[in-house]
Design a protein around this ligand. Structure first.
Ligand code: ADP
Ligand code: ZN
Ligand code: ZN
Length: 748
């Protein structure tokens, strides 16, 4: 009987986003999950075999034959095919695009090869070999030595032989005295082990309770939010849950925001589970990444650790999925398919029964909201482990510093804190967030931030037009010369910093060694690890850096942390700056006093009474959450509304503007078509804004414009989703790049 292969062709175009039937020639062995080579159009293509059937609807004369099978084993596990279907549906991409997520990019087009290693061993009994060695000692010294070596070691990699012995291999092979076997070798990435830490003797009561709940969810798809302050022992809970899963013969996936920023976490997992771990991340070489993936696919490793794409790791019989620091924006993909790792993980947990644990000291407001609504089980760990205490926090009002004549970057309290920290021989971390594309404008005398009259959201300065703009409603106004609140002329663009900071540190503490960690100092592979290890070894007393230093660091000797400019991210024009700033400050402060030594933190701000600063300084998550929800309700932000955002970008600004006009009119048309009976409801609950410049007007030479639409939950949100689907089908006439998203994590 003829067999037909049903294939997704590896071409990411919606016109061919369906199954194609091919004849599977007699004797060609293939099973679903393998890739095939197939004729398509006028070319040969790769395709994913999803099904084999005995019949087809395609007329016989239209059918072509499969040319070849590419993989000896299926590369896509059955459950990952299902997951790809989910991704294609949920994130509106083609099946080919979704399936591509499931294999290492390097595998497509066969660009990497497995690396094999030749292993030499004796082909005759040991005694016989030694006898022969003795016999030929005079006339073939090298051969004699090689026989001795193999008799002693049992086996030896050919590539590792001393150079002078290399010539002895062939003659001995020919004589049948030794044999060579090719063995698959897995390249293992470099890991700094100084960061690993030790295993505690026993769990605290709270840890045990949380662990038990998680274990009870294993096998039935339990979903948990593990909310624990920094240092409460969350990681230990993940690790022990993972151990239990392995004991039961189940696999584990652990996601971390970015491997290179969290070397300690990786080191702890590796030191605990050793060879059972495969690490997947973008900084590995193509070969390393492929090898790590193979370890999982072949079942030789059962724990996958990696950034967001590791959610697609080929782990069979999944028992546990952990997403550490679940609030991190890096869990959302910025490329098509624009998936969110946590949503994919939920589906995976539903499909496999694996327990899902989202962990954070500062969960995203939306996740916490879902936990309170009962969609996730909330597990709380409010105390640090052992004697470690939360650091004592000082909030410094920078307006008063200015009034007292201090025009420097560092306040008196910060300098004092550093001085006494260095005097005790301990270490300090200074955090300066200088990222951000467009700045907000504030008054250095009274702290006032220029806000939109309509939205109470800070306005963003756009240099190109010399105007302030509101990114919520699009309103704009010129830059004021004096502060509208106090009349001071000290009104300025916020944002200068690092150079001034370094200069001030150098003049205050000439003998202190400083390490800097930011985008400029971490371009090369392993540079994060190198900087952090140098700091761990005490080679510098102070580490200054951007966001990068806020995560996962756990150094016993760090007793002082400083937030140089807490406000820098607070008034971000997308209305989400409050949450991000709260998270940042809590994370940074959590770096101090994690060991025996007590910690202190100094937060510098122009708005000391802002709820974000107050709650973060006291480490009060619930208080922050309640207030933030009130603000969001008042300002119409998620979870109370849904926001749809279309970003158009391109090198030709006029073309982008034309496309923007086109999309805007398509959106209007779509909204005119809504059923009569909803019109009134929609008028109150759905707002389509004029197109406007994106907060980051230009990135890498691309002009960026955005179109926003907001709708209240309920009917409005329903219509918003419909509008989304409608716009998705539109092709920009001038072919700008279009990216459409609902409730985006960031709005730059
Ligand atoms: P988190 O992930 O919440 O920041 P960790 O799991 O890293 O917390 O724990 C913080 C510190 O406490 C680590 O140094 C860890 O080794 C230690 N620790 C965790 N659990 C225990 C325990 N049960 N007993 C003793 N020390 C522990
Ligand atoms: Zn003022
Ligand atoms: Zn506005």
């Amino acid at each position: 009987m003829t067999r037909y292969a049903r294939v997704i062709v590896d071409v990411a175009h919606s016109d061919v986003d369906r199954l194609f039937d091919y004849i599977l020639p007699d004797g060609m062995e293939a099973v679903p999950g393998m890739r095939l080579r197939i004729p398509f159009g006028h070319r040969m293509r790769e395709g994913y075999l999803l099904e084999i059937r005995n019949e087809t609807d395609v007329p016989q004369d239209k059918l072509k034959q499969v040319s070849a099978v590419i993989d000896p084993e299926p590369v896509i596990l059955p459950h990952l095919v299902d997951l790809a279907r989910f991704i294609a549906r949920k994130y509106h991409c083609t099946m080919a695009e979704a399936l591509r997520l499931m294999i290492p990019a390097q595998m497509r087009g066969e660009r990497v090869k497995a690396r094999e290693q030749a292993i030499l061993r004796l082909a005759v009994p040991r005694d016989e070999a030694l006898e022969e060695s003795e016999k030929i000692r005079k006339k073939a010294k090298r051969q004699s030595e090689l026989l001795c070596l193999l008799a002693e070691k049992g086996e030896y990699p050919r590539a590792a032989l001393p150079q002078e012995m290399a010539g002895a291999v062939l003659p001995l092979l020919r004589k049948g005295l030794i044999q060579s076997e090719n063995r698959r070798e897995h390249r293992r990435p470099y890991v700094e082990s100084a960061l690993a830490g030790s295993i505690p003797d026993k769990l605290t009561g709270t840890q045990k309770l949380c662990l038990d709940r998680i274990l009870s969810g294993m096998g039935r798809g339990g979903r948990f939010l593990l909310h624990g302050v920094t240092g409460s022992g969350k990681t230990e809970v993940y690790l022990q849950a993972a151990q239990k899963a392995l004991d039961k013969g189940l696999g584990v996936i652990i996601l971390v925001p970015e491997i290179s920023l969290t070397p300690q976490m990786t080191a702890r997992i590796l030191s605990r589970f050793g060879d059972q771990v495969a690490v997947l991340h973008s900084r590995l070489s193509a070969g390393e990444r492929y090898d790590q993936w193979c370890l999982l696919r072949e079942g030789k490793a059962r724990v996958a650790v990696g950034a967001r794409s590791a959610i697609f790791a080929p782990v069979e019989n999944l028992g546990l999925i952990v997403i550490d620091e679940e609030h991190e924006s890096s869990y959302s993909s910025e490329h098509t398919p624009r998936y969110r790792a946590s949503e994919v993980a939920e589906e995976l947990s539903r499909m496999s029964g694996a327990a899902l644990v989202l962990g954070s000291a500062t969960p995203s407001v939306l996740t916490y909201h879902r936990a309170l609504e009962g969609e996730l089980e909330l597990l709380s760990m409010p105390m640090r482990v052992g004697t470690a205490k939360q650091p004592s926090v000082t909030v410094v009002d920078m307006r008063r510093e200015l009034a007292m004549g201090n025009r420097g970057v560092l306040s008196g309290a910060m300098v004092e804190g550093l001085r006494s920290c260095f005097a005790r021989g301990e270490q300090a971390v200074l955090f300066l967030n200088r990222r951000g594309f467009a700045g907000f404008v504030s008054c250095r005398a009274c702290g006032e931030v220029i806000r939109c009259e309509h939205c109470d959201i800070s306005m963003t300065y756009h240099r190109s037009v010399n105007l302030l703009q509101c990114h919520y409603c699009g309103a704009s106004r010129p830059l004021p010369k004096v502060c509208p609140s106090c009349g001071s002329r000290s009104i300025a663009l916020f944002g200068d910093g690092t150079e001034k900071l370094e200069a001030q540190l150098a003049s205050l503490f000439p003998d202190i060694r400083v390490l800097r960690m930011d985008a400029d100092t971490t371009r090369t592979k392993n540079s994060h690890e190198q900087i952090l290890s140098a700091f761990a070894r005490g080679e510098a007393q102070i580490l200054i850096g951007t966001q990068m230093i806020t995560k996962g660091l756990d150094f016993e000797r760090v007793t002082m942390v400083g937030v140089v400019a807490a406000d820098l991210s607070l008034f971000h024009g997308d209305g989400l700056g409050t949450e991000r700033t709260f998270q940042l400050i809590c994370q940074v402060c959590g770096r101090a006093g994690r060991g025996e030594l007590p910690g202190t933190a100094v937060i510098q701000t122009y708005v000391p009474n802002h709820y974000v600063i107050r709650c973060a300084a006291r480490n009060e998550y619930e208080a922050f959450y309640r207030r933030e929800m009130q603000e969001r309700q008042a300002r119409l932000l998620p979870p109370f509304v849904r926001v749809m955002r279309l970003i158009l970008s391109g090198e030709d600004e006029d073309a982008v503007l034309e496309d923007l006009t086109y999309f805007r009119s398509e959106a209007e048309k779509a909204l005119e078509n809504i059923p009569e009976k909803y019109v009134n409801e929609v008028q109150d609950s759905l707002i389509l804004l004029e197109g406007m410049k994106a907060p980051a007007e230009r990135i890498r030479g691309f002009y960026r414009y955005q179109l926003l639409c907001r709708a209240k939950e309920g009917r409005g949100a329903e219509i918003l989703e419909r509008l989304f689907s409608r716009l998705e089908e539109c092709a920009p006439p001038r072919s700008s790049h279009a990216a459409l998203e609902i409730n985006p994590n960031t709005m730059i």
